[in-house]
Design a protein around this ligand. Structure first.
Ligand code: SF4
Ligand code: SF4
Length: 134
């Protein structure tokens, strides 16, 4: 098989700016906890992540005051990440269950759901305050 047809693409990719960087640091020490301690003390430089592209789908946000309680978002969510709160006629979104598909954003008739560019959301507690949007 000839490599010739793909050569222009290889060349294009070679000349393009990298889409990723060495995040959070160029070289990590053997111990991650040691690194985190040093980063907190300002002893090591932490690389900022590269800019997120347009229409990036990060952590969801919700404007509960604009919500009309129609439950359309719940019906389209493939991950069952949204539950209805009958007392307030609003919803609660479990971020650790969300697969960032944005279908609820598209279905919401009053546009009160949006995906942000926040992606550093790793956690040890899936029910922590930051992991539940309501
Ligand atoms: S973005 Fe997708 S997975 Fe996440 S809550 Fe909305 S519909 Fe569900
Ligand atoms: S689709 Fe929008 S308005 Fe309807 S319940 Fe969900 S968030 Fe509220």
């Amino acid at each position: 098989m000839s490599l010739l047809p793909s050569f222009p693409e290889v060349l294009r990719q070679f000349l393009k700016k990298p889409a990723t960087n060495l995040f959070p640091a160029k070289y990590l020490p053997p111990s991650i906890t040691g690194f985190l301690r040093k980063a907190a003390a300002g002893e090591v430089q932490v690389n900022p992540p590269v800019e997120t592209p347009a229409r990036f789908r990060g952590k969801i946000t919700y404007d509960r005051d604009a919500c009309i309680g129609c439950k359309l978002c719940i019906r389209v969510c493939p991950a069952n990440a949204i539950e209805f709160i009958p007392e307030t006629k609003t919803v609660r979104i479990f971020v650790t269950q969300c697969i960032f598909c944005s279908q609820c954003n598209d279905a919401c008739p009053v546009s009160c759901l949006h995906m942000t560019d926040e992606f550093m959301i790793a956690t040890e507690n899936r029910y922590s305050e930051e992991m539940i949007v309501e």
